[in-house]
Design a protein around this ligand. Sequence first.
Ligand code: FES
Ligand code: FES
Length: 156
Amino acid sequence: MDATFAFTVNGQPRRVTTDPERPLLEVLREDLQLTGPKYGCGEGQCGACSVLINGRSVVTCITPVANADKQAIVTIEGLASGDTLHSVQEAFLAEGASQCGYCTPGMIIGVVGLLHEKPDPTDAEIQARMQGHLCRCCNYPKILKSIRRALAATRK
Ligand code: FES
Ligand code: FES
């Protein structure tokens, strides 16, 4: 049976009435027209569908919309402040870390989530986190350089 859920998305209050088991990714993309989070594997393995929920990076293809009730969601569309990109977005752009770009929104959200949890992560912590993010273009060297660049910017 459908139920109504209320949450904020990119700072805006939103309400949806839907099947509680529906994946949050589907609700974001189809009901709220936020297509930044991507459908990759659908099994929680590739990270393409990541968004921030209360600052933590979460894979939305396996997260029921009911879990987002009363929470604060940020998608890639909400990371920039006006015309100013988030420092992680800037770093990905500067290093040319997008090839086809399909994994990029999820990668950036994953890095932002990591920095929320650990503002100064070790290489091992970065590696462990990014293992949950797959790039079919194998653009990993540039992605890693972007993460290092973003970290250097936050350490200034
Ligand atoms: S589409 Fe969600 S983890 Fe791959
Ligand atoms: S840039 Fe193409 S999947 Fe990562």
